[in-house]
Design a protein around this ligand. Structure first.
Ligand SMILES: Cc1ncc(COP(=O)(O)O)c(C=O)c1O
Length: 384
């Protein structure tokens, strides 16, 4: 079996992640921040350790500005719902996942003004178009760091400068880049960094978070959910301290134990070295696929400008058929279709059918990529 669906979720997980989770349940299974006994304290220490790991990964100094959520979708909804009011102007791009687009479209119906900046057919962002869209009075710019359809990396720092000049916050969805591309939140000017734990951070599903940059005043950000936090229990109102203001109810502590271990594992390998490994795989994959007659590869096709996420179409064959054959005949597991990003497919010209998406990762070898290319060659020949 060759797993090239890391853009959907990473698999397998490192054994350190599995043992952090079973150890948590076996030895530290109290409710963190609630009771004062040793199991509760042991759990709280592990959660704080995971907060520190996230803070280090994104280079922020205060781990309390890391808010754990259940995935990036929840973190994005928390940021949008907490910050935006009817009449606010929001700018986004046409390469967004529905995790960004759907909440924004719903808020548009509720009275925000939304501008979607069109990207090029390779997924790249025209900074001049972005500059024109970010007028004074813009409250928020929300963008993906890299497309989950074609891997194109968008210029975060440059957009941050434009957003900040206009007095707006910048939210970045780093679902596809956390653990895969080095990220320095303060240096890149990211005010609201939203991440998911189960992809390039090698944590389990059900983990993610929102990291608040120094410019964000928490008085401006309402919680999405209110309830018990284990703190200030004498009050019937939500506490206004971090991270409790935004973490109501028992968190996914076992998942976060796994996420902390995943991030430590990524750090021990080094994000730069993961990036280099994936760029090598990507280069081989792109050059092999581009030589196959009838196969169209989308995006920039330049490993230095993208993550290892390659989308393609085989002339005359529906993507579902190709995906099924890859799985059944060659044991190659990938994803086909729209990848929850219809706007991105409209941008690159593959809507409504979508693409066959190949996304190798840390455990993929060059030999695996060779097998994937041979499989595509066979499918192309048999069809042609
Ligand atoms: C760019 C991007 N944003 C958001 C998401 C949603 O991630 P999750 O389902 O973990 O919230 C994904 C995952 O598919 C993604 O690739």
């Amino acid at each position: 079996m060759i797993y090239v669906d890391y853009a959907a979720t990473s698999w397998p997980k490192p054994k350190e992640v599995l043992s952090a989770m079973t150890d948590f349940l076996e030895y530290s299974g109290g409710n963190p921040g609630r009771s004062g006994h040793r199991l509760s304290i042991a759990a709280a220490r592990i959660i704080f350790g995971a907060r520190e790991a996230v803070a280090e990964l994104f280079n922020i100094s205060d781990p309390m500005r890391v808010i754990f959520t259940y995935n990036v979708t929840y973190a994005i909804n928390l940021a949008f719902r907490g910050l935006l009011k009817p009449g606010d102007r929001v700018v986004t791009t046409s390469m967004e996942h529905n995790a960004v687009m759907r909440p924004l479209r719903a808020l548009e119906k509720a009275g925000i003004e939304l501008t979607v900046v069109p990207c090029g057919p390779d997924g790249s962002l025209d900074l001049e178009a972005m500059r024109k869209a970010i007028t004074g009075g813009t409250r928020l710019v929300a963008m993906t760091h890299a497309s989950n359809v074609v891997g194109t990396i968008l210029p975060v720092k440059e957009v941050a400068n434009l957003a900040h000049e206009a007095g707006a916050y910048l939210l970045v969805d780093v679902a596809q880049t956390a653990g895969v591309v080095p990220i320095d939140q303060p240096a890149q000017g990211i005010d609201l960094l939203t991440f998911t734990g189960h992809k390039g951070l090698y944590g389990p599903p059900g983990t993610g978070g929102l990291v608040l940059g120094e410019r964000v005043d928490i008085a401006e950000l309402e919680p999405l959910v209110r309830g018990g936090t284990g703190s200030k229990s004498e009050y019937e109102e939500q506490p206004d301290m971090l991270p409790d203001k935004y973490e109501s109810g028992t968190i996914n502590s076992v998942g976060i134990a796994g996420l902390g271990a995943g991030i430590r594992w990524v750090q021990s390998r080094g994000v730069e070295s993961i990036r280099a490994h994936e760029a090598g795989l990507n280069e081989l994959l792109l050059s092999g696929l581009q030589n196959i007659p009838g196969l169209t590869v989308h995006g920039t096709c330049d490993p230095s400008k993208m993550t290892a996420v390659v989308s393609c179409n085989m002339a005359g064959q529906h993507v579902s058929e190709v995906g099924l054959r890859l799985d059944d005949e060659f044991g190659i597991l990938c994803r086909v279709g729209l990848h929850c990003a219809p706007a991105a497919h409209k941008t690159i010209g593959t809507f409504p059918e979508g693409t066959v998406r190949l996304a190798p990762g840390v455990f993929t070898s060059l030999e695996d990529i060779g097998t994937v290319i041979t499989a595509f060659e066979k499918i192309a020949v048999q069809h042609g």
